[in-house]
Design a protein around this ligand. Sequence first.
Ligand SMILES: Cc1cc2nc3c(=O)[nH]c(=O)nc-3n(C[C@H](O)[C@H](O)[C@H](O)COP(=O)(O)O)c2cc1C
Length: 165
Amino acid sequence: MSKVLMITATGGTNYELAKKFATKAEDLGHDSDIVDLSEIDFPMFTVARSKELETVAGMSELKQKMGDADSWIVIAPEYNGSMPPTLNNTVAWLSTEWNDFRALFNRRKVGLATHSGGGGAHVIMAMRQMFSFLGCIVIGRNCIANKNKDANPETVEDMLRQLFD
Ligand SMILES: Cc1cc2nc3c(=O)[nH]c(=O)nc-3n(C[C@H](O)[C@H](O)[C@H](O)COP(=O)(O)O)c2cc1C
């Protein structure tokens, strides 16, 4: 049995998409969990703040969940042709934890998904670039949904099966 963590950047349509992945993962006999970065609501990362704050509320719990999972599906809406600040901000905080940084990202299998306003391809590209840079193994297939197009259930299942392989 494998453990997949859905990391959603927002609590609306993207959280709903995260639930679809979580339900399918469990149907396939695996463990799943969801974290909503907008609910954790980290302060905005600045170098000055990262020196001031010894502990950021919610960070150790998030790191524990991310580290315990064999793989992640990262689900985020497109904002201005890129990723939303909740995701970028969270990764900035996580990446400054130098000792744990490689253990957290390197070789982690990651799938990418979005529910966006009408686009979605740009946020997938932005996330692919960032997570690949961090050492993750980002699978080629991704899931793009919007108000006129539901997530393709076959894509959801195939992405999960690739993570569980
Ligand atoms: C600041 C902002 C910028 C946005 N930029 C884009 C965009 O570039 N492309 C797009 O397809 N949708 C864009 N949208 C729409 C969101 O991607 C869309 O509403 C998404 O479903 C919101 O996710 P949520 O319901 O999980 O909050 C933008 C929304 C906001 C608030």
